[in-house]
Design a protein around this ligand. Structure first.
Ligand SMILES: *[C@@H]1O[C@H](CO)[C@@H](O)[C@H](O)[C@H]1NC(C)=O
Ligand SMILES: *[C@@H]1O[C@H](CO)[C@@H](O)[C@H](O)[C@H]1NC(C)=O
Ligand SMILES: *[C@@H]1O[C@H](CO)[C@@H](O)[C@H](O)[C@H]1NC(C)=O
Ligand SMILES: *[C@@H]1O[C@H](CO)[C@@H](O)[C@H](O)[C@H]1NC(C)=O
Length: 307
């Protein structure tokens, strides 16, 4: 059963063979599958392994009907018939199918019964994204198939490094979801419609990814830049401060003598400075601040030339 792996394409595993066909034919037609893609239309297909489709015909009818409708819209592949497009009220009724004719030189007559609501597969929704105030409005039209209460939507979206998945149920004509809009992020939105178990089975494929917003700035790249820029800026700042300080040292320390002298006459010079500074600057508070910074810096300066 190759097709068992295909999402939402349901191999009809429980068809009811009313007539026992030859084994070869059974094998050929096992891939028979249908998908109900709108309320009035269904595709059925069979992918014969190696069919020389001589004059195989497909008929269909509702249970209880005696009139069989011949498929009028075959989907051909090369000279083979590989599918049929049917029109009818398939949401309400089961459908019988009959293959007859010859297949690979053998006479074929095989009947299936299909319950279309178990093979629902509408086209994927199309997501629209619009900006509304500080939010993004994500919206899409519900499938043109069955009542709105039969649908639930899986909404996946990602923004910057965050990924979210939500299940959404709406009774109204339009499905709309608001998400807060972060201008720094690009939004990637995908939706899929899932047909509820209470109504049948099936669902759409994932929609195309809809994008909104500027492309994310590459985070790693930004981190690298910051890792280089910030220390560089800090280093430059310190360097500038030092240069500035050195340049204006004379102004800041008008009476600073040679470092050796300071070492010798630490106490004396301190006293002199105090008195000198006191004479120059009148406000007491300022004087204190100035003194503190001066003492600190002078020690720094003194220590630098040594190593
Ligand atoms: C059904 O067949 C039509 C015509 O080939 C095609 O456009 C459509 O995609 C098919 N739908 C599904 C669900 O296979
Ligand atoms: C498929 O059919 C061709 C001729 O129609 C035949 O030669 C070939 O052996 C067949 N292959 C299989 C796998 O049956
Ligand atoms: C196939 O079945 C249809 C409907 O029952 C019938 O009209 C037709 O004659 C049959 N064809 C063959 C080749 O058996
Ligand atoms: C949607 O989100 C779910 C949960 O995060 C995840 O498992 C799934 O792969 C996502 N699907 C797609 C198509 O991104």
């Amino acid at each position: 059963m190759i097709l068992k792996h295909m999402e939402f394409l349901f191999v009809l595993q429980y068809f009811i063979p009313l007539i026992t066909p030859e084994v070869a034919v059974e094998k050929e037609l096992k891939n028979f599958q249908c998908s109900l893609y709108s309320s009035k239309a269904m595709n059925c297909s069979w992918l014969p392994a190696n069919q020389t489709a001589d004059d195989l015909q497909l008929y269909y009818w509702y249970p209880g009907e005696s009139h069989k409708t011949a498929c009028s819209d075959y989907k051909p592949r090369a000279s083979e018939k590989i599918g049929c497009r049917l029109r009818g009220d398939f949401l309400e009724h089961d459908v019988y199918f009959l293959f007859n004719g010859t297949l690979n030189g053998l006479s074929v007559q095989k009947t299936f019964r299909v319950c279309p609501v178990h093979y629902v597969k509408p086209p994927a929704p199309r997501v629209k994204i619009t900006e509304e105030g500080k939010d993004l409005l994500l919206s899409w039209d519900p499938p043109d198939l069955a009542a709105h209460h039969c649908w639930v939507y899986i909404l996946n979206y990602s923004m910057c490094r965050e990924s979210l998945s939500k299940e959404i149920q709406y009774k109204y004509d339009n499905v709309a979801v608001y998400v807060p809009y972060d201008l720094r992020c690009q939004y990637r939105v995908q939706v899929k419609a899932v047909y509820k178990k209470s109504c049948g089975a099936g669902g759409s494929d994932w929609s195309d990814v809809e994008l909104y917003g500027v492309e994310d700035l590459n985070f790693d790249w930004l981190m690298t830049v910051f890792a280089i820029l910030i220390p560089a800026a800090v280093g430059l700042f310190i360097l500038l401060c030092l240069c500035c300080f050195m340049k204006h040292r004379e102004k800041l320390f008008p009476k600073i003598p040679q470092p050796s002298l300071i070492l010798k006459d630490m106490l004396n010079s301190n006293k002199e400075q105090k008195s000198f500074v006191g004479n120059l600057y009148v406000p007491a508070v300022e004087e204190m601040e100035c003194k503190i910074s001066l003492e600190k810096d002078s020690t720094l300066l003194l220590m630098q030339p040594d190593p």
